[in-house]
Structure formats: C-alpha cells, structure tokens
Design a protein around this ligand. Structure first.
Ligand code: ADP
Ligand code: MG
Length: 322
C-alpha cells in the first residue's frame, strides 16, 4: 500500500544541511531495521551515531551512501535523494565501511590509485594527494606492500586514507576504530580532529569516549529508532539526572543524610559510612544542598560527572546483543 502523501517537500532543499533523513523505514523481510527514522545533520558538523549491535546504524549508512534504498521514506545528501542520485552522491562522499574492503591483490598504493581512477581524478592530482595521505597516515614506507601484510590498524588507516582521497564533502565512518589498539585509535581520532570543519563527518561507534571527544552532537539509537540526541553534556544532564556529588563528612553523616534524602531536588542517594552520594536533577539544586549543609563538618565535596557510557547503558539496557 502506498503511504499517504505528506506536505513535506520531496527534495532536501535546505542548503545548510549535509544530511537529511525523513521518516526512513527499512525492512529486511519481517525485521524492521530502521523504523520511521528522522535525522538532520548540518554541513561541517561532526556527528556520532551510537547504538548496540543490530541497532540499525550500518543500515542507515548503507542508505545514505546509496548502497540500498529505504523501504519507505527519503534520505538526502546535499539535497539529493539517495535513491535517485547515486552517482552524484557517491562523488561527494567518502566511505569507511564497517568491514575493510581493500583489494588484497593490489598494493596499498595501487588500492589508492584504483580509487582515484574510479573517481575520475587526474593522474597528476592523485599522485600528489596519494603521497600526502600515505605520509599523513604513516603508510609511506609500506605503500608497495599488500594489505594482508598490514596490522589491523594500518589497514584501517589505509581505508580512511582512501575515503579521503577525492576530497569528499561528507565522510561516513562506520565503526572506524573498532578492534584497533589504543595508539591506532588515537591516530584516527587525531586525523578526524584535523579535518574537522572542512567536511561533514558522520561516524558510528561503540566507543562512547570517542563520540564524547570528537563530536558536537551525538545520537543514540536502538531497535531502528532514535532514543536520544544532543551534545554529550546535554545527554548526560538530561538522561541520568545531571551530576553526582560525593560528600564526605568528618562526622554527622547520618544526620545530614536524612536532611538531604528528603530534599525534593535530590535524586539518587546512597550513604556509605561517612560518604554520602547525591545526584542532583539540576545544577540549581547545588546551592540548596550547600545551604542545607550549613554547619556540617565537611571533609570533601567532589563532583563525579555521569559518563556517556552510563547514559548509553541506562537507555539501551545491560543485555548483550547479537
Ligand atoms: N542484509 C540483511 N538481511 C537481513 N537482515 C539484516 C541485513 N543487514 C542487517 N540486518 C539486520 O538488521 C538489523 C540492523 O543491522 P545493522 O544495520 O547492521 O545494525 P548495526 O550496524 O547497528 O549493528 C540487525 O538485526 C541485523 O541483523
Ligand atoms: Mg554496523
């Protein structure tokens, strides 16, 4: 059955947007991998999509990178419908797929050259650019070796270099650092930071610290739906009730614990010996708490910020997926 016509325009015509996803649903047989998904990403933004295995992240990337069409709804890259303008979109984007897709019978350099030719780059231009990228990613010394002889980190760096070769306007990174050692992961992060602002970056990751450090905006999805979106600070504040303070008393912790426990702006609350942990719903509560503690013999008040990891688990549960 055809969905009813809507009033939304059929082209993504907001020039500020790099990506616009409108009510996209994708079904694989009876499984709904994406469920009326909406998303807008501005040009130049670094955006992270988080979600447990099977959440639908790769499916969304496949649709945006024109590898598959949605079952219903529309996705736009630079205002072009992904189901209709495959060729134009592919010239604008760089893709680092979840699984490395290097040609194992070509050397590192030949892999890059093939990509350049597929993008109709001029030999003079791509030769110089390949030299630069090999240097930048620490692969110059191994450029004539086959990817199978590379470590996981080197292969991943080569795939990122390849995705950047034709100077894309939008870079898609599907779990760029999964399985990398901390050094290689950092090398990829550092590079993403250096190109920040020059292009739009859409990345998926399991590493919450990665999203937290690299991205202005983070979305969390599960079961094909968006659960939450905002800056990592906003998500933390909104979804796990702000910050937790550890208050250590020299004495009288029981007495003050009772007072704190009954305050309306105190959320979660635990007492362990002389230390009372209180989570506050809003930062304005802090002044109220300080007033209530007037006269107490305090040893220490320290702030323990909720991590994005806590947000993630609180939203998606602790069960192990796929
Ligand atoms: N080609 C496919 N055929 C059938 N089911 C698929 C296919 N690709 C993905 N799925 C299923 O769709 C859901 C979303 O998968 P995916 O988009 O790969 O999630 P993620 O990248 O977040 O791990 C999962 O349940 C997965 O098993
Ligand atoms: Mg995936």
């Amino acid at each position: 059955m055809q969905p009813p016509p809507t009033n939304s325009p059929t082209t993504g015509n907001n020039p500020d947007l790099a990506i616009s996803v409108r009510s996209v649903t994708k079904r694989y047989g009876s499984l709904t991998a994406l469920d009326s998904f909406d998303l807008e990403i501005k040009k130049g933004e670094i955006f992270a999509l988080l979600g447990p295995n099977g959440a639908g992240k790769t499916t969304l990337i496949r649709i945006l990178t024109t590898l598959m069409s949605p079952t219903s709804g529309e996705a736009f890259v630079y205002g072009m419908n992904s189901a209709q303008h495959g060729r134009e979109i592919r010239s604008l984007i760089g893709v680092v797929p979840q699984e490395n897709s290097l040609d194992r019978y070509l050397t590192a350099r030949e892999n890059l050259e093939l990509h350049a030719r597929l993008h109709s780059m001029e030999k003079k231009t791509y030769k110089r650019r390949i030299d630069e990228l090999l240097e930048l990613f620490g692969l110059a010394g191994r450029q004539h070796d086959f990817p199978d002889t590379f470590s996981g980190g080197m292969q991943r760096r080569l795939v990122v270099a390849r995705a950047l070769l034709h100077e894309p306007k939008v870079l898609f990174l599907d779990e760029p650092t999964t399985g990398l050692d901390p050094q290689s992961r950092r090398a990829v992060w550092d590079y993403i930071r250096t190109i920040a602002g020059k292009m739009t970056i859409f990345l998926t990751t399991h590493y919450l610290e990665e999203a937290e450090h690299l991205c202005e905006r983070v979305a969390i999805m599960d079961h094909g739906r968006l659960i939450a979106m905002g800056s990592s600070a906003e998500l933390k504040a909104k979804l796990t009730g702000g910050a937790t303070y550890e208050i250590e008393f020299a004495e009288g912790s029981e007495h003050y614990a009772k007072i704190l426990e009954n305050m309306s702006c105190v959320g979660k609350f635990t007492i362990t010996g002389r230390v009372v942990d209180v989570s506050l719903e809003r930062w304005e509560c802090l002044a109220e708490v300080i007033t209530a503690l007037n006269g107490a013999e305090l040893r220490r008040i320290s702030l323990r910020e909720n991590t994005l990891e806590e947000v993630f688990i609180s939203l998606t549960g602790e069960g192990v997926r796929e």
